[in-house]
Design a protein around this ligand. Structure first.
Ligand code: FES
Length: 268
């Protein structure tokens, strides 16, 4: 409750009509609220999901959480904090129960004060009204366009509707997102497919004893124990024949691992 405001007590629900752990809605100062009675206590929160603004009074209670009915985001019904991500928290408004008058009250001034920082965008008399999706997501780039058509028809586009240059459909034009730039190719021009290349490489060029491989492929890290002694030895011999090495894995090691004939690297 804002201490610098006078309390303006308004009834938000009839106490005995609230069902235990069944979310109820209310509208105060043009702010949707969700009210949850649990045993002999009550919580009043901002009534819209922080994800896409769904009405939380359309959700349900599961355990200690108020669950949004659309994509199941959760909020503790006593604190408004999301169990899943504690950074997300529904605004909780002051509320109190007056059993004599059979009412739950909130402070309208507190809610109005909150709307200064959180103006509510819903035009309740227009198309979609309180169910409008004011967020949208990158996965749904055309929702606003569809809503505009539903709201105003072609009034704002002219009778041809939306057009783009030369009639090329926007979705078929190349986009930056579709171009993959291989940064290595910015430094050296790539070779043609049939040009011979050296595959030899060294790991640790500046080291006293760099690990030199004939090919940029090695036998991966499966330790002795995961593989039998015979399999490890066979793979080491095969790797050596191919001009590369074998990784120790992080488990057991064979005594032969120190055999200088093999290029081995230690998995740490
Ligand atoms: S709108 Fe509530 S979870 Fe998506």
């Amino acid at each position: 409750m804002q201490s610098n405001n006078q309390v303006k007590q308004v009834k938000v629900a009839t106490w005995t009509e609230l069902q235990d752990r069944i979310p109820a809605n209310a509208l105060i100062a043009d702010v949707d609220l969700v009210i949850i009675r649990y045993d002999n206590q009550v919580s009043v929160f901002f009534g819209r999901c922080l994800h896409r603004g769904a009405l939380l009074a359309d959700g349900y209670i599961e355990g200690n959480n108020l669950i949004c009915g659309l994509h199941f985001w959760d909020y503790r019904f006593d604190t408004g904090v999301s169990d899943y991500n504690n950074e997300e928290r529904l605004q909780k408004f002051s509320s109190w129960i007056d059993e004599t008058n059979n009412a739950v009250y909130v402070d309208e001034n507190e809610i109005r004060h909150w709307t200064n920082e959180n103006p509510q965008p819903y035009d309740r008399n227009s198309y979609l009204g309180k169910y409008a999706d004011i967020h949208g997501t990158p996965e749904e780039p055309h929702n606003n366009y569809i809503s505009e058509l539903a709201r105003n028809g072609l009034k704002n586009f002219g009778h041809h509707g939306q057009t783009s240059a030369m009639g090329v459909p926007l979705t078929e034009l190349p986009r930056w997102d579709g171009i993959q730039i291989v940064t290595a190719q910015l430094a050296h021009r790539p070779l043609m497919d049939d040009e011979p290349v050296k595959t030899k490489l060294a790991i640790g060029y500046g080291a006293k004893k760099p690990l030199v491989l004939d090919i940029p492929i090695f036998v991966s890290d499966m330790s002795f124990g995961a593989l039998s002694a015979e399999a490890k030895t066979a793979l080491a011999i095969g790797a050596e024949m191919a001009g590369t090495g074998i990784c120790s894995g992080e488990g057991g090691m064979l005594p032969e691992a120190s055999d200088q004939r093999f290029r081995r690297y230690l998995h740490i």
